[in-house]
Every structure is written in C-alpha cells, then in structure tokens.
Design a protein around this ligand. Structure first.
Ligand code: 4AD
Ligand code: MG
Length: 462
C-alpha cells in the first residue's frame, strides 16, 4: 500500500478508505481503552489524530510510541468528532519505525525559545513554527522562478567563486588552497597568489550583479537567485554571512522601470504566499505576530511611496524624533531611520532614490553634477531595506572616472568595462535579500530563523 501524506489526507477525498500514514509523533494522550496519537509528516501545519484502541495493540507498543518517535499507521480515515481537526485515522496496524527516548529528546510539548531551537537546528524543522517557515521558504522560491519565467526573464547562474569585488565593500571570504602554515611569498615578501589554485586571489561572491549585467546586455532580461556571502562582522537580527539574493538585471530599463518591477515583484510574492500558504500564515498570525496578515494584505493593496534620499533626510530632520544615529545629508540611513520613514512618516513601503554618490557603489548611474546617483532602495515595515538597486552607469568614460576615484582596479574588471564599449545601453537592476523577504512574510523577527542553517560570526554549526 502506498503512503498518503497528511496534506493529502486533510484534503479529504480518501474519506472512509483505508490509508497508510508515516510520520513523527507529536503527542500521545489517552487512557486504558484508547490512545490518541498526533502524527505529523511535515507536509502540513496540521497533525492527523490516530485513534488506537487498546485491545488491538500490545501495551508494549503503545508505551514505546513517544513524542519524537516515527510510526507507520494503517487504518480507516474517518471524519473526526473532535474539534480542531476534520479527519482522523482509526488504526488497525501500527509499526514503530524508530523509537525516541523521551528522557533525552530535546523537543518537549511546551514551547521552546527560538534561541534554544537554534542550538538544535537539526531538530527544529519538527516544530510547528519552523515547519511553517520552511514550507513558505519553498513556496516563495518557486514563486520567484514562476514570476520571472512568466515575464520572459532568463535564470542566469553567476559564479560563487570570483576574483572581483562587486560591491567594493571589502567584506569578502577568501577562497584558497594555499597551505596556511606555509604561505608562498614573492621577493617583496608579499603573498604570492600566482601559486594559488586559480593563479590569483579569489573570494566568495558578494553579488552576482556584475556577471548578471553581462547576461542582460545580450539576453535583455535575466535574474540570478543564489547564495551570497558577506564577511561583515555584524551581529544584528537582519544580517547573516551567507544569504540568498535574487538579482534581476534588465537592458533598456531606466530607474522608473526598475522601481515598477521591484514593486510589482514584491506584491506578487506576498500575494502568492497569501494564496498558497494560507494555513501556515494563519498559524504564524496566531502564534508569532497578530498583525501579520493585516500587514501582508496592506502591502498588496497599497502603492509604495517614492521619494528621493534628500526628501527623506528632510522629513527625518523635521520630525524632531530622537535617533540613535544622527541624520545628516551624506550619511547612510540606518535601520532606525528607514523604519521611521515607513512606519511613522509615510506608513507605507517607501522607495528612496538618488542617494549621495559617496555612500553607494561605483557602478551606479551618476546624476547631473555627480553628487548623487540613480540608486534605489526599497524600505519595508519591520525590516528596513529589503531591496537595493540602481540604474547602471552605461557611459564608459564616466564609469572609468568613478572607478579611479574609488580605487576600483580597472584591469580586473576589463570585461565589465568592455560592455560599455561594445553597444552600450541603458540598463538597471536590483537585489532582493531572500531572507529579509521571508522575515517580512513570516513575521519572524530574527533572520537566523528563516534560513535553515544560519551562518553568523562565530557560528557555523550544522
Ligand atoms: O544593497 P545590496 O548590498 O545590493 C547589492 O548587492 C546589489 N549588487 C544588488 C543589485 O543591484 N543587483 O544587497 C541587496 C539586498 C539588501 O537590500 C538586503 O535585502 C540583502 O541584499 N542583504 C542581506 N541580507 C542578509 N544578510 C546580509 N548580510 C545582507 N546584505 C544584504
Ligand atoms: Mg544596500
């Protein structure tokens, strides 16, 4: 007999038929006559209640069915009289697949803190919250491909190992096969990377954008969706050292087309979650954040506010609000400023454009006068910056000048510069932090709880 998942059983079309369910025991309760065993297999936020009459099973077996053990249950699926569940299985056969000693099993019925669950990340998938979070993570990954495929974008796989620093931020992880105890040095006692695996210094990528641009400048519209690495030593609830980024890049798009795409994309993803993850979102709305569904619907239904960085600074300065970090034209905005704009000043998602050139990357299109660039950041409630992007500088001379000013090595990026010599065109793109999106959609307040195995300073367990 083939196994049926909890998700399929709840759908109801196997009512009054014999079924086979396999899964892990969440709880067991009952009395001398009957045991009620809640089984979950991760396909749904709901459990299936298994009703086991004592006379059909040995006392030994029932005793060994403990929280955390795995079972296979054969029986008839019937409508459930109990509240909170629509179907249950009246068991005829139960086999214990793997026992679980309740004395040492770390997951107990009582709720655990997310901090504790991070220490047992190998088991936290078995909780309701993490089951919901990772089902939503899957659904949104799928939706991202759906969205771009429907729009005629091509999925481009950009390299994870790279010799260039796309963001110029310098916070990169080195990739090497050199013997760290015996490093080769040249005559000037400098490290000799010509002896390294790639014959040069290499790192894990901080962004697929530069290669993404090469794709867009031939295929028109591409997107990347892959792991991204930043060695910033920032221990915040919104940063991880390894995260997933979605980076669309479009030829013939200016900053306004770019903003329209970003807004449409975010609304599509939130709507997709509302439509396809309703049970999991209902659970999170009840247990994690009572305003979650309201906030998600609000995003779908409202137009984002579009302002310049300069206008935003004026609003912040005029607010009279006491910020931890001072607001001043030319300084980068901190999360507290971004959230003030979104949650207090405009009460809607905000797209800010035209940031000071000094605080943005070399590749952004320069505005008249060169003081500001055609950057765009999308700011979300509870999150702050969720997307960073820009129109790109397509003028060869302006780009080279900017690279010199910022000490970006031209010779290493010769291939990037050549696209501005051979049929250059207006183009734009942005990067969406996948985990930031997931924080927003699930209501989870720490980024470590929306990625299966978070990488943060001093932490690479599992
Ligand atoms: O603003 P960022 O640094 O932009 C880029 O990397 C551009 N190359 C994107 C592009 O134009 N193609 O990063 C983009 C987004 C941020 O808005 C944020 O959501 C996320 O990536 N992000 C992080 N998420 C988690 N942990 C970190 N350490 C992150 N750093 C950036
Ligand atoms: Mg940014």
């Amino acid at each position: 007999m083939t196994r049926t998942t909890v998700k399929e059983l709840i759908a109801g079309d196997r009512l009054n038929k014999e079924v086979l369910l396999k899964g892990w025991v969440r709880t067991k309760r009952g009395n001398r006559q009957v045991a009620f065993i809640a089984v979950n297999d991760g396909t749904s936020i709901h459990n299936i209640q298994v009703v086991a009459e004592a006379e059909k099973f040995s006392e030994e077996l029932v005793k060994n069915i403990t929280t955390g053990s795995s079972v296979a249950v054969r029986g008839i699926l019937v409508e459930s009289p109990g509240k909170g569940q629509n179907v249950e299985i009246h068991a005829d056969q139960i086999s214990l697949l793997g026992g679980c000693d309740p004395e040492v099993y770390p997951l107990q019925k009582k709720g655990h803190s997310f901090e504790f669950l991070r220490e047992i990340a190998h088991l936290r998938f078995r909780t309701n919250t993490f089951g919901a979070v990772f089902r939503i993570r899957h659904a949104l990954s799928f939706a991202i491909h759906q969205y771009f495929n429907d729009k005629g974008f091509y999925y481009l796989h950009t390299p994870i190992i790279t010799a260039s620093d796309a963001e110029g931020a310098g916070a990169m992880f080195r990739v090497t096969t050199l013997d760290l105890n015996n490093l080769p040095r040249d005559e000037a006692q400098q490290l000799d990377f010509s002896r390294d695996f790639f014959g040069r210094s290499t790192n894990l990528t901080v962004s697929g954008q530069l290669e993404g641009e090469l794709g867009a400048l031939a295929l028109s519209s591409i997107y990347t969706f892959g792991p991204t690495f930043r060695a910033e030593n920032s221990n915040t609830p919104r940063h991880v050292a390894e995260f997933w980024m979605i980076e669309p890049e479009m030829a013939f798009y200016d900053i306004y087309d770019n903003m329209d795409l970003a807004e449409d994309f975010l609304k599509y993803l939130v709507k997709y979650a509302l439509e396809h993850c309703a049970d999991d979102l209902d659970f999170l709305n009840r247990m994690i954040d009572k305003e979650l569904l309201e906030r998600l619907n609000f995003i779908v239904e409202n137009t984002f506010v579009r302002k310049s960085y300069t206008e935003a600074v004026d609003v912040l300065m005029a607010s009279g609000h006491k910020f931890e970090f001072p607001v001043q034209w030319g300084n980068d905005l901190q999360a507290e400023h971004e959230r003030y704009l979104v949650e207090v000043a405009f009460r809607r998602p905000v797209i800010l454009t035209d940031y000071p050139a000094e605080i943005k990357s070399f590749y952004m299109k320069q505005n008249e006068g060169g003081k500001t660039v055609r950057a765009m950041d999308v700011l979300f409630p509870k999150i702050g910056e969720i997307i960073g992007g820009s129109q790109r500088e397509e003028d060869y001379d302006k780009l080279v000048n900017r690279m010199r000013e910022m000490n970006i090595p031209e010779d290493e990026l010769w291939w990037y510069l050549e696209t501005r010599k051979f049929g250059t065109v207006e183009h734009s793109g942005f990067g969406l932090g996948f985990e930031r999106l997931l924080m927003f959609v699930t209501g989870m307040s720490n980024i470590r709880d929306v990625i299966p195995f978070p990488r943060t300073p001093k932490n690479a367990e599992f």
